[in-house]
Ligand binder design. Structure first.
Ligand SMILES: [Zn+2]
Ligand SMILES: [Zn+2]
Length: 395
């Protein structure tokens, strides 16, 4: 079978599914309308599926129990953003598919339709994972806990994400891929600095936690500029700093700081975490303040394994032509909870370039209320996933 020909035949249907899903965005682990939409389409295709009690994940198993099993994963959730894009499929509620997960779900439905029609040609099994809560609190980890990588045991995994990286000369419909870590480790930190509040005119009788926080915020950035090996990528962004209640003459008792920490790999992550702890401790000790530090462990990087990536590149070149497949090396610092799957199973995660301009002519980034994507080429994503699975099972 040639998945590109088959996917082209259902291109309008895939686009229609994406637009239907775009109207009904939901966030988090429970996506009742989205899951009902997906299962209704699977019912029409005569495909059975597994549902779960504590989240809206959906698992489909196709093929025959001989040979290997490959998983194909799509995320289904949206974001708490009020859409500003006018269209006849504009979001009907307060949320928005501003990351393209509606497109991912539609593309995987296309895979279901194609592989169901050619099930007897499959040289093994294909497990489709429709996953909630990628944008938080995370749906991959609970699905793994619920055993989706077992029975049958999954040997490999493929997934894709829509892409809109500017300034690289990519064309819509290009397949973009990278060896090694393709997303970053994505963690949160909470810091509380405790001083001793008092009168703003008597700092010598106080321990000013605002002054200590200023030192902490600066000192932590030295981890990035002076301690992380050049060539490794790490980001510390302290996005929330709260202290005081608006008075000009009251030194507060404490400061609250919250931020995100991104690392290109797990070794850098461990090192950066250790240095955050040490620098916070040392700075607070020098300034007579106390502190509390909490790491919220988020998503690990998605790791593109060598042979799976070689295989996916070969599949993509056969399907789309050499010039549509773009290898890149730059480390992106975005997080992606598919990382939990890729820690357990070798796989390839790739990107499909498909941005479209907002009405003002500008292309806005993901997670923006003016996010628009070109949904005329989603069939390519369907073809890449379906053919990638078939080729893996035949290897
Ligand atoms: Zn996103
Ligand atoms: Zn996303």
């Amino acid at each position: 079978m040639n998945a590109l020909t088959l996917a082209k035949e259902i291109a309008d249907e895939i686009t229609g599914w994406r637009r239907d899903l775009h109207r009904i965005p939901e966030i988090g682990l429970n996506l009742p309308k989205t899951a009902a939409y997906v299962t209704a389409r699977l019912d029409e295709m005569g495909i059975s599926y597994q549902l779960f009690e504590r989240h809206s994940g959906i698992v489909v198993l196709l093929g025959k129990p001989t040979g290997k099993t490959i998983a194909l994963r799509a995320d289904m959730d949206a974001l708490p953003i009020k859409e500003l894009v006018e269209s006849d499929f504009k979001s009907e509620n307060e949320y928005m598919h501003a990351c393209g997960h509606d497109a991912h779900t539609a593309m995987l439905l296309g895979v279901a339709k194609i592989l169901k029609a050619h099930e007897d040609e499959l040289n093994g099994q294909v497990k489709l994972l429709f996953q909630p809560a990628e944008e938080g609190p995370g749906g991959a980890a609970p699905m793994i806990e619920d055993g989706v990588l077992e029975n049958p045991k999954v040997d490999a995994i493929l997934a894709l994400h829509c892409d809109r990286t500017p300034g690289m000369g990519y064309q819509n419909g290009d397949m973009l891929v990278k060896y090694g870590n393709i997303t970053a480790a994505d963690d949160q930190i909470d810091i509380r600095i405790f001083g001793k509040g008092g009168h703003g005119a008597q700092p010598h009788l106080c321990v000013d936690p605002v002054a200590v926080a200023a030192l902490v915020i600066n000192n932590l950035q030295y981890i990035i500029s002076r301690e992380v090996k050049p060539g490794k990528a790490a980001v510390i962004t302290l996005a929330t700093v709260q202290a005081g209640r608006g008075a000009e003459n009251i030194i507060p008792d404490e400061v609250y700081i919250r931020g995100t920490v991104r690392n290109s790999d797990m070794e850098t992550r461990a090192f950066v975490f250790q240095r955050i702890d040490e620098i916070l401790k040392g700075t607070c000790m020098a300034m007579r303040a106390d502190y509390e530090l909490k790491f919220d462990y988020g998503y690990p990087p998605v790791f593109n394994e060598q042979s799976m990536t070689d295989g996916m590149i070969a599949t993509a070149k056969n399907l789309l032509g050499d010039d549509k497949v773009k290898l890149y090396t730059e480390q992106a610092m975005g997080g992606e909870d598919a990382g939990f799957f890729y820690q357990k199973v070798p796989g390839c995660f790739f990107r499909l370039y498909n941005p479209a301009p907002f009405v003002d002519g500008e292309i806005y980034p993901g997670h923006n209320a003016r996010f628009v994507l070109d949904d005329s080429i989603l069939y390519e994503g369907t073809a890449l996933l379906a053919q990638g699975a078939v080729d893996f099972l035949n290897r």
